[in-house]
Design a protein around this ligand. Structure first.
Ligand code: C5P
Length: 234
């Protein structure tokens, strides 16, 4: 599989065309940003760990019937994926209050939510990825009603599968972000699932094992990502 011209460079990844128009290569970088790009840094070998963590999680999800873009990991930093058209939506899934939910609504960090909360954000850096609702999605024609229904169904199923997977490894899945893409007319899971896109707390100690260590200058950032990777095999 030959990597051709770069199509897109994001904060943490680069996407390349390949010699097959149905396939892209995603390269994971060590760069980390937070607070709409205001905080910048690098996390040593983050790209390698996130590529391998995402591989493990996507392989599990595919085996459980979730359609994803994942084809195979090519190297430490490169993964071969289906060439999807990314939908301009971020889907946030929350089990426990943290992050922007605590800031916006004043719900204390760590409070178990009575049910899983789904939120949508518009993927637009220039607007700071604002939160939107299903009427906005409909009005802006970002997705059809059928696609939104499918995305919600997948997001809740993915939450069940990931929560159980992490629980078995002594990790609490607090919240996470998903992105979906269109492959032909099929909605499939795209992007990555990693400590960059999830809040993961050690179930016994509550220790944060995710990007909040970078966002909040808690130290031992690499070690936290490595710990998540080490526990995947259990
Ligand atoms: O910041 P907030 O609390 O809204 O984030 C919820 C979850 O979504 C967190 O796990 C965070 O890492 C993830 N997220 C993300 N990319 C974004 C926004 C949030 O991965 N642009």
């Amino acid at each position: 599989m030959e990597k051709r011209e770069m199509l897109y460079e994001g904060k943490a990844k680069r996407v390349y065309k390949t010699d097959d128009e149905k396939l892209f290569v995603i390269e994971f970088k060590d760069d980390a940003t937070a607070f709409d790009g205001k905080k910048k840094g690098t996390i040593h070998d983050k790209g390698i760990l996130n590529n391998k963590i995402s591989e493990g999680l996507y392989t599990m999800l595919e085996a459980q019937g979730i359609p994803t873009h994942f084809v195979k990991r090519l190297s430490d930093r490169d993964v071969l994926v289906k060439a999807v058209k990314i939908m301009p939506l971020e889907v946030l899934v929350r089990n426990i209050a943290a992050g922007s939910l605590t800031k916006r609504l004043g719900i204390p960090e760590g409070k178990q939510l009575p049910f899983t909360i789904l939120e949508f954000c518009l993927k637009d850096d220039s607007l700071g990825d604002p939160q939107i609702n299903e009427d906005h999605i409909r009005a802006m024609e970002l997705a059809t009603d059928e696609q939104v229904a499918e995305i919600k169904k997948y997001a809740l199923k993915i939450n069940e599968l990931l929560s159980a997977f992490f629980k078995a490894r002594g990790i609490t899945l607090v919240d996470f972000k998903l992105e979906f893409g269109l492959y032909g007319d099929q909605v499939i899971l795209a992007d990555e699932i990693s400590p960059d896109t999830c809040r993961l707390w050690d179930a016994a100690t509550g220790e944060k094992l995710d990007k909040d260590r970078f966002r909040r200058d808690l130290g031992n950032v690499e070690e936290a990502y490595q710990e998540i990777f080490n526990r995947l095999d259990k």
